[in-house]
Each structure stands twice: as structure tokens, then as C-alpha cells.
Design a protein around this ligand. Structure first.
Ligand code: IVH
Length: 540
């Protein structure tokens, strides 16, 4: 190709990739397959490696990459980021609306009701339509410059469909539930502490000093407001503003209801609560805003929050039950985790009989005792957690709990260490021959995400370890049909199938093997990176 045609192709690719990003990450209606999309990205990177002079900051290739920084620069917000007054009560919503009506006599007021997305506030600066800077809320006046991390977020367009001289947007960065679950299962496989909820996971991901880590976290954006604006006429209503943001190529909160009085506002809040569980991301309330933007100025704000908007928070779904006991699980890395054994109780769509208590410190901090009546909550609407005890219900027979100082599986004295995130203490069984660790290691090796050995589920793994047939993963490859077929729920045919499946695992990709070894902090992502960087196991 001539350089001129290549340059043309480069511009075409930029446009095409941008279109597909929009279709996939914002409209959720992809038009091409993932592999076709990868091919386009590869072609773009290839062209740009030969012609670095063509790279512009808004090229889709500029999302990933960047280098590790020592700390974030501080950004002064041109218009401060305020927060919102919160309420849990219908009466306070009514009073808020009545106050606004009183301050704006003669005006017919309309209100928008939007989902309140549970993430982190962000300010995004676009100059002539190009994303140039993004900052966290910080103290409202100054925040951290997280531009490099924000660039990795695919639903954040690096170039808008219009090019106003200056457009500062306000929005929320969040982690969809599917991504939250994926990250946590990867962290658990790597022997790391899982995030307690999607919001913490989003915060941890956005505040990474290495944007390559952020790039692996599937963060998303919604935009819902404006900061500083120059050289463009903006819509005069919130509902029209959101529509305009959509036309610029941005994701916005959905659904938005326009309501004309208290009754309609409250109805919209209730309706949102009914449907929000199906959203695929966490919402913790509804935001009620005065629709007409020019009227907002007349209402003004207090030092902290505007008088034209309010957040209605939904109470997290909680239930009370009896803490029957605390058991201790030993993971494959030897980590001891206390688990609450509960009187089964129905909570937010399912029956909960066990909940994590995280670690010993947490139990002490919350003063949770065996026999207590406890409040449980679905934190992040996924993992049930014990929130607190109800000391008023105590009879005096409750027992304080401490983790055993020796491993409940093998009796070896346990050792203390600071958690990987440095915010607590973990107790570990140091005995690599501990049956629980052996079971955990073999189970992890055989799991779907690692060597994917069909038929080697928990029940089988427990038996082969207990019978002493397998002590490490190498032993799996020495198993014979006769010794397997006598195990419970086995026969000759299933034994043969298992041995075949084990044989079949010998041709798995290198990264699966590396991940399967279960090295501390080497999750699936790190294993893939290692396998890309080294041709084989010996050179690693
Ligand atoms: S409007 C002047 N709209 O909730 C403040 N905020 O508790 C304008 N949030 O700091 C904020 N979804 O981070 C607004 N649809 C939404 C929102 C939303 C989530 C967050 C935002 C804000 C916090 C206040």
C-alpha cells in the first residue's frame, strides 16, 4: 500500500473501531464478532507502529498502555463537584419538592427521576470533542487526575460526535456485576482477598497507578450532568440534556422519568426500586432533579449540596437470623476463613445458610458471638455478609469466637501475615501437606478455568486425596482405571472417562497450566501474560 492509502486506511480504521466500540459498549448491540473486532484493532496498532506520527490522543489504540505513575497529579475542578442530600423517607421527598415550589412561585415544576448508580463520581473534560482529562471528585474542589486509567474504559468515547470548544461532563464510573464476579473469582483463584462490593472494586481499579491493571477491569461510565461549558448552547432541561449526551455518543442513566408532582415522583422512585435488580449493575437509590436547568440557579445550593436535587436511598435488603456456629475453612493457599453457619433465611431472592465473616478482626470489630441474633445483608447483592449482631437479644449464653491457633484440618500451628492489600491480618496453615490445601490445589488444577478436567469435581477430588491416591497434580497423571473405579459413585466407564479427560488435559494452553499451579498472586491474567512473554515453561 502507498503511504497515502495507508493513511486513509488508518483514518477509516479509527472511525470503524469507534463505531464498533459504541455499538458494543454503549448500545450493547455488537455488529461484528469479537475476533473481527480484535483483527481491526491489530491492524490499527500495526499501522501505527509503522507510522507513529499518525497517532492522536483520541485514537482507539490509546486506550491501553500508558506507564506506571508514582502518584496522581492533583486537578482543580473548574466547577466544584457537589454531593447530594440523602433521604430514606417519602415525607422528606415531599418536603423537598414543597420547598422548591415555595421558592419558585408561579412556576410549573417538573422533576426527573434517575437511577443512582453506585460507583465513583467523575469529571471528564472534552476540548473540541476530544477527551483530554478526567479527575475524581476528591474533596469536591480538587481531585486526582486519573486520565490514563479513564482512557481504558471502553464506554468512554475518546472523541465525541460534536466538537464544542469546552465541555466538562459529570458522571459515574462503576463496575457491572458480571465484571465484579469475574474479578473476584480471579482474585480468589490467585489466593487474594476478594473485593467486598462492586463499588470498592471500581474504586480500587480506578485508583491503580498502573493503567494496564485498570484496563483489565471492565469498568463502565454513565454521564448525567455538566461542569464548565464554553462555546456551545446546551439544552435547558435535564431530560433533553441526557438525550443530547446520547447523541454525543455517551452512555446515560436509564430509565429516566419526568414527573410533575410529589405523587408522580414517589411513584417513579418505587417503580425504579422494582426493576433495578435486573440492571446488571448496582444502584443504591434514585436521584430526583429539577428538570429545568435555568430554574436550578434560582434555587441555589447549600455549602455541600444543591437545593434542586436530592438522593432517595433504597434500604439494602437485610434479614435477621441466628448465628448457629462459626466454621473455619482452609483454602488451597492455607488461608483460614471464618464462615457463619446460619439458621437458613430467605433474603433478596434466595435462601442463605452461610455467610462470610472475612477474618477474625472483622468478627471482633463487629462483636459477633456464636448464638447471636445477627443482621445479614447481600453486600453487592451477591455475597451474603453478616452486618452486625443484635446485642439486645442476648441471653448470656453466647460465645466469643477466636480462630484456632492450629489448622483445623491438620493441626499445624498457624502463622500470621498481613493481607495482600495490607489492611488486615490473615492466618495461614504453613503445612503444604495439609489435606485441605492438597484438595484445594488439585481441585483448582482440575477446575474449568484452569486445566478443565471433566469429571474431576469436588466429590471426586476429595475422595482421591482422602484415599491417598493423589498428593500433588503430577499424581493425577499416574492414576489407573482399577484404583479409580472402586471409588464411590464410580464404575469402570466413568473411571475410563476420567483417565481420558486427564490425558486430554496434557494438550491445554500453557497459561492454563501456569494458572493451575496456583502460585500466590498469579491469577488467570498474570498467567496469560507470562505465557505470552515466555515460549515454554522451562524459560519462565
Ligand atoms: S447528580 C450536584 N445523578 O451520587 C450533584 N449523581 O450521593 C449531582 N450519582 O456524587 C449529582 N448516580 O457520584 C447524580 N444519576 C445520578 C447519579 C449520581 C450516581 C452519585 C454521584 C453523587 C452521589 C451523591
Amino acid at each position: 500500500m502507498t503511504s497515502e492509502r495507508e493513511h486513509l486506511r488508518h483514518r477509516e480504521l479509527v472511525e470503524e473501531i469507534r463505531r464498533h466500540e459504541h455499538a458494543y459498549y454503549i448500545l450493547h448491540r455488537p455488529v461484528i464478532s469479537d475476533s473481527e473486532f480484535d483483527r481491526l484493532e491489530r491492524e490499527l496498532r500495526d499501522l501505527e507502529s509503522r507510522h507513529p506520527e499518525w497517532i492522536t490522543p483520541d485514537s482507539p489504540s490509546q486506550r491501553v498502555g500508558g506507564s506506571v505513575s508514582e502518584g496522581f497529579q492533583t486537578v482543580r475542578h473548574a466547577v466544584p463537584l457537589m454531593s447530594l442530600d440523602n433521604t430514606y423517607s417519602d415525607e422528606e421527598v415531599a418536603a423537598f419538592i414543597a420547598r422548591a415550589e415555595k421558592q419558585l412561585p408561579g412556576e410549573t415544576l417538573e422533576w426527573t427521576v434517575e437511577p443512582k448508580i453506585d460507583g465513583l463520581s467523575i469529571s471528564l473534560r472534552f476540548e473540541h470533542g476530544v477527551f483530554v482529562q478526567g479527575a475524581t471528585r476528591g474533596d469536591g474542589t480538587t481531585g486526582d487526575d486519573v486520565t490514563a486509567n479513564l482512557r481504558t474504559i471502553r464506554s468512554l468515547p475518546l472523541k465525541l460526535k460534536e466538537s464544542p470548544p469546552l465541555l466538562e461532563l459529570r458522571g459515574e464510573i462503576y463496575l457491572p456485576l458480571a465484571g465484579f464476579r469475574r474479578i473476584n473469582s480471579e482474585r480468589e483463584s490467585a489466593g487474594e482477598e476478594p473485593f467486598s462490593n462492586p463499588r470498592n472494586a471500581a474504586a480500587g481499579s480506578l485508583k491503580q497507578l498502573d493503567p494496564r491493571i485498570t484496563a483489565k477491569r471492565p469498568l463502565a461510565l454513565v454521564a448525567y450532568g455538566l461542569g464548565a461549558v464554553e462555546g456551545v448552547e446546551v439544552p435547558s432541561e435535564q431530560s433533553a440534556l441526557l438525550q443530547w449526551l446520547v447523541e454525543l455518543g455517551l452512555p446515560v442513566p436509564e430509565p429516566v422519568t419526568v414527573a410533575r408532582n410529589t405523587e408522580e415522583v414517589l411513584r417513579a422512585i418505587t417503580e425504579l426500586d422494582r426493576i433495578r435488580r435486573d440492571f446488571g449493575y448496582e444502584t443504591d437509590g434514585a436521584v430526583v432533579k429539577l428538570n429545568r436547568l435555568p430554574l436550578r440557579e434560582r434555587l441555589g445550593s447549600t455549602a455541600k449540596a444543591p437545593r434542586w436535587a436530592m438522593a432517595y436511598k433504597y434500604a439494602a435488603e437485610q434479614a435477621q437470623t441466628q448465628l448457629k456456629g462459626i466454621t473455619v475453612q482452609v483454602g488451597r493457599t492455607g488461608k483460614l476463613t471464618p464462615v457463619a453457619e446460619l439458621e437458613p433465611v430467605f433474603l433478596a431472592g434466595s435462601t442463605v445458610a452461610r455467610a462470610t465473616l472475612h477474618n477474625e478482626e472483622e468478627i471482633r470489630r463487629k462483636d459477633i458471638r456464636i448464638g447471636d441474633r445477627v443482621v445479614i445483608e447481600k453486600a453487592g447483592e451477591v455475597i451474603p455478609a453478616v452486618v452486625r449482631s443484635v446485642p439486645e437479644c442476648r441471653t448470656g449464653s453466647e460465645l466469643e469466637f477466636s480462630l484456632p491457633r492450629s489448622c483445623p484440618e491438620c493441626g499445624t500451628p498457624v502463622t500470621r501475615e498481613t493481607t495482600s492489600e495490607g489492611e488486615g491480618i490473615d492466618w495461614r496453615c504453613p503445612n503444604l501437606d495439609c489435606p485441605a490445601q492438597i484438595r484445594g490445589r488439585i481441585g483448582h488444577w482440575c477446575s474449568r478455568g484452569a486445566m478443565d478436567i471433566d469429571g474431576a469435581g469436588d466429590v471426586l477430588v476429595n475422595q482421591i486425596v482422602q484415599k491417598g491416591l493423589v498428593r500433588d497434580v503430577a499424581d493425577l497423571y499416574r492414576l489407573q482405571v482399577p484404583e479409580v473405579q472402586n471409588l464411590e459413585r464410580m464404575g469402570e466407564k466413568s473411571a475410563r472417562n476420567l483417565i481420558e479427560a486427564i490425558e486430554g488435559s496434557k494438550s491445554r494452553d500453557l497459561w492454563r497450566l501456569v494458572f493451575g499451579l496456583g502460585i500466590l498472586h498469579v491469577g488467570a491474567g498474570a498467567a496469560k501474560a507470562l505465557a505470552r512473554a515466555f515460549p515454554d515453561l522451562d524459560s519462565m
